[in-house]
Design a protein around this ligand. Structure first.
Ligand code: UDP
Ligand code: MG
Length: 310
């Protein structure tokens, strides 16, 4: 029955106090499967790599690839997918927020035929009200703007069949928004449910500004509707201006209006047009920056070392 290889991919950035506690909980759940645990060290500076290296020397199922510097969570996940050899590949956080106890259920669903098994958060008590609300608004917005449906309350804790991994690693994108790309593939999906725990040690790496960048990356990766929105805003503002001109011309000749007063009208008009223009330029800029990053054709990451990987 269990004649497959299971890969666990774990991106780590400054997680030195989480590695041992994580492996203590994780490894017992993997005993029944041939497995590899692949850490992707995303430029940690706190000795995370040294801890993993030490364990990897004793246990050859523990593997490590290290980046030269921090390239970001999504890139680290992508690298993990490309080095993972498993028939099924599970990605998870290093901070014990994703409970390894969900793994057997995920494998069961996969064996029943699902190509993607998402671990869905039942309750998110540990996340702040702010994080929950912004996430909700973002996913609603995202699903409205794009044609793909990203499941809600799902993070990067998921199982992918080899075929889905192959599809993902064939993508050349430099700023991959994995949650969207996974859904975009259209593979058959299933869910298991879990309670999201508190982070074991350390702090989240997703600050508000990083979350905003993540959201913008997500939207611009999957929808060009904001560009159309820019066009609509232009038309709307232009129409107001045109109506204003007609009003002014008629007023000049036919209405007894005193024309010199009323600087507020001009001021508000300028602010409005100025705002619309800046937003529009910003939207266009977002897409140009995406094109720019792609045409540069830089490598996605640079490797410093590989341990227990040929
Ligand atoms: N991570 C990473 N590179 C980064 C930021 C985060 O590899 O630049 C890793 C981090 O070590 C963790 C996972 O990605 O294992 C998720 O990050 P975090 O727990 O900070 O995010 P949150 O769970 O708060 O959304
Ligand atoms: Mg986390």
């Amino acid at each position: 029955m269990n004649d497959f290889l299971l890969s666990i991919v774990i991106p780590v950035f400054n997680e030195k106090n989480n590695i041992l506690p994580l492996l203590d909980v994780l490894l017992p759940f993997l005993e029944n499967y041939s497995h590899e645990v692949l850490f992707v060290n995303d430029g940690s500076r706190d000795g995370t790599a040294e801890i993993i290296t030490e364990i990897a020397q004793k246990n050859h199922n523990i593997k490590l690839v290290s980046f030269n510097r921090n390239f970001g969570h999504q890139i680290a996940l992508m690298a993990g997918y490309s080095f993972a050899k498993g028939d099924a590949v599970i990605s998870m956080d290093a901070d014990l927020q994703d409970p390894p106890s969900a793994i057997p259920q995920m494998i069961e669903k996969w064996q029943q035929g699902a190509k993607i098994v998402y671990a869905k958060r039942k309750k998110r008590d540990v996340d702040s009200f702010f994080k929950k609300k912004t996430a909700e608004v973002f996913y609603r917005f995202m699903n409205m703007l794009s044609d793909i449906k990203i499941p809600e309350n799902v993070g990067d804790f998921r199982l992918l069949d080899r075929s889905a991994v192959k599809y993902l690693t064939s993508l050349p994108e430099h700023a991959p928004f994995l949650r969207g790309l996974v859904a975009w593939g259209g593979y058959s999906e299933d869910f298991v449910y879990f309670d999201r725990e508190e982070r074991h040690a350390g702090k989240t790496h997703y600050s508000i500004s990083k979350m905003v960048n993540f959201a913008l990356d997500g939207i611009t990766s999957f929808s060009v509707k904001p560009l159309r929105l820019a066009t609509y805003m232009g038309f709307t503002a232009g129409s107001f201006g045109f109506l204003g001109i007609i009003y002014a011309v008629i007023g000049k000749f036919f209405l007894p209006i005193p024309w010199v007063t009323g600087w507020t009208g001009i001021f508000v008009g300028i602010m409005f047009i100025g705002g619309v223009q800046l937003i529009t330029i910003g939207i266009i800029g977002e897409y140009i920056s995406k094109i720019y990053l792609e045409v540069l054709q830089r490598p996605h990451y640079l490797l410093k070392e590989k341990i227990n990987i040929d």
